[in-house]
Ligand binder design. Sequence first.
Ligand code: NAP
Length: 454
Amino acid sequence: MTLKSINPTDGTLLATFDELSPKEVEHKLERAHSAFKEWRRSSFEDRAAVLRKAADILVSEKEAWARLMTLEMGKPFKQGIGEVEKCALTCRYFADNGSRLLADQLIATESDSKLRYLPLGILFSVMPWNFPFWQVFRCLAPAVMAGNGMVLKHASNVPQCALAIEEIMQRSGVPQGVFTTLLIGSSKVADVIRDPRIAAVTLTGSEGAGASVGAAAGAALKKCVLELGGNDPFIVLPTADIEKAVATGVQARTVNNGQSCVCAKRFIVHRDVYDAFAEKFTAAMDSLVVGDPMDEATQIGPLATEDGAQSIERQVNESIAGGARALTGGAPNSRNGNFYAPTVLADVPSDVPAYREELFGPVAVLMRADNFDHAIELANDTPFGLGSSVWTQDPIEQQRSMNEIEAGLTFFNAMVASDPRLPFGGIKLSGYGRELGELGAREFTNVKTIVTAA
Ligand code: NAP
């Protein structure tokens, strides 16, 4: 199999890479295994030094890394710069706080008792293309800080990003083999999971990939974290600041060309403010600048792959055929490449793809809620449970939303966004386990109970 790096803006083939042979994979896993045996004994200071150096390289060369992402998957360049800076911030956060988050925890018993957070082993990380640097660094930084090794299988369409991350880690001074990129296709993932040198697996991706990886990890009895898709609600209630909700809602739907797991996807609006919101939101979506993602003025670039562009076209076409109405957009953009026009769909029946499925592109679904209870009912009428955003000043509505929305994250009067200090993850078909924050720091550790008799 050949891995192809293709520019989604114009379809140019940028580079090709042969998949590693079984012998090459074996060599890299053996090297990772040897490296981990040493790395597990390293001090928090040594690990922090690597992460700080990685942060310096990321920031000082951020234009080059952002350009690479834009070339391989079409992210607007400006957003790529933000992504690289966030990776650096996260490396620094775990460098500065890792020893505290992973410090021994004393427990009062008749003996001397405590918990110690020890490295678990080599973590196999299967990652998506949508945030090619961020997805990797958000699990790499805590893993490195905990003394684990990491083997990365990145998405097949971003091999240059995968190799760039390996280069950054090598230049950061991490011993050879502690971080390794494997250029392999998804058909080889289960073999790597089964390998006895792999201790655990983390996947960020679709439900299909999650089911396969979860099954392979289950069969091998290995710890697994799954960060999967979402169909996040963005609920607007009568006490909301409508102007702010519209501006934030457009950004929340279209960040990364609409290809984020925590993009706001279903806009559930109380009937008292529905018409005002729908009119302003549609106008704002309609005015977005679609174009070359390298251009600073561009707000929406191409979708990352031809398959992705075809999927969104099918989902919208079937939804319109099933009764949904496009208030703007509803078709591919007229440019070459994988462009899709910013779209708003209203009156979406509950049995069409736009209601049921995750839309991974700049397509928003508007829903009218009769009252607060109805809004919560619509929000929960999805197999997913990742993020949620609720726009209300009412403390009772806020409390009820915290308790009743089935999601891993609820943000009030703000869009959902990850932050290295806050645990991140979902429930239902959005997966299980947490990344980032204290829970993320400890997710891939051996939490050893230690008792010394008095
Ligand atoms: P994907 O097709 O599931 O791919 C993700 C990774 O899994 C890639 O490395 C892919 O390799 C691999 N993979 C695919 N099928 C596999 C299988 N059957 N067995 C083992 N590995 C497999 O997802 P994507 O299209 O790249 O990413 C979009 C999805 O990721 C969306 O659903 C999005 O919501 C979700 N996502 C979730 C989060 C979160 O934090 N919850 C964050 C970002 C994205 P190949 O490229 O070689 O196929």
